[in-house]
Design a protein around this ligand. Structure first.
Ligand SMILES: Nc1nc2c(ncn2[C@@H]2O[C@H](COP(=O)(O)OP(=O)(O)OP(=O)(O)O)[C@@H](O)[C@H]2O)c(=O)[nH]1
Ligand SMILES: [Mg+2]
Length: 201
């Protein structure tokens, strides 16, 4: 069985947050605390160690006591740039990613995805959420992967492709469906921030 100690948690906070007005999304206050702290609190018990992927305010993120890694490419080329930096810095056999803007992420994210990865001998497992109307949505930035995928991702990015689902299709991958879609609620705009805050007192 894959243990939490074998997993490095990668918090993705490297985006531009354009829909939030271009400020650093991980640091905006949510219930009076920087948003990233909620992802950190939920992820911490599920992993052995944490890495923070950020491209701005590195000193502020470093104050949490975890390594802060930046994208190698300075052009905000998307979450796969964060995955790539994470895989390079990862010293455990598995990497579990979660975005900084989903403060209610499942407490059993790691354990369920690890069970799926192991059972099917997959290279990568991503989360999906089931809405109340039964629709299932991929949540590809919640992802457990083998740390040996670094070369595969490098080759993919070298082709100039940035689409996360296209990389997944090159791999032996699977998904785990979580019934509580609310756990994946994410904050993209100031309005979403307000309404999620009101809904999660
Ligand atoms: N490392 C890295 N992560 C990114 C990049 N773009 C997005 N992400 C991360 O991917 C996750 C999902 O992205 P979005 O929700 O679109 O966040 P965003 O790109 O900052 O926001 P918008 O600019 O409004 O799209 C977030 O955790 C982002 O931090 C990037 O260029 N580099
Ligand atoms: Mg984006």
């Amino acid at each position: 069985m894959i243990s939490g100690a074998q997993i490095t948690g990668l918090i993705l906070a490297g985006g531009r947050a354009q829909r939030m007005g271009g400020i650093d999304k991980g640091l905006i206050p949510f219930h009076q605390k920087p948003l990233i702290e909620f992802t950190m609190t939920r992820l911490k018990p599920q992993v052995g160690t944490i890495l923070i992927n950020a491209n701005r305010n590195v000193t502020k993120y470093a104050a949490y006591g975890y390594p802060v890694i930046m994208d190698e490419t300075p052009d905000f080329s998307g979450p796969l740039a964060g995955f790539s930096a994470g895989l390079k810095a990862c010293k455990t056999p598995y990497l579990l990613t979660a975005p900084c803007d989903s403060p209610l992420l499942p407490e059993n994210l790691g354990i369920r995805m690890a069970a799926e990865l192991e059972e099917g001998d997959f290279q990568l497992v991503y989360a999906s959420s089931k809405e109340s109307d039964g629709k299932v949505w991929a949540q590809p930035v919640f992802c457990l992967m083998r740390a040996n995928l670094q070369d595969s991702l490098e080759d993919f990015l070298k082709k100039g492709d940035l689409k996360i689902d296209r990389w997944f299709k090159e791999l032996k991958s699977s998904t785990v469906i979580f019934d509580d879609a609310n756990a994946f609620a994410n904050v993209n705009t100031p309005e979403e921030l307000k309404s999620l805050e009101a809904a999660s007192v």
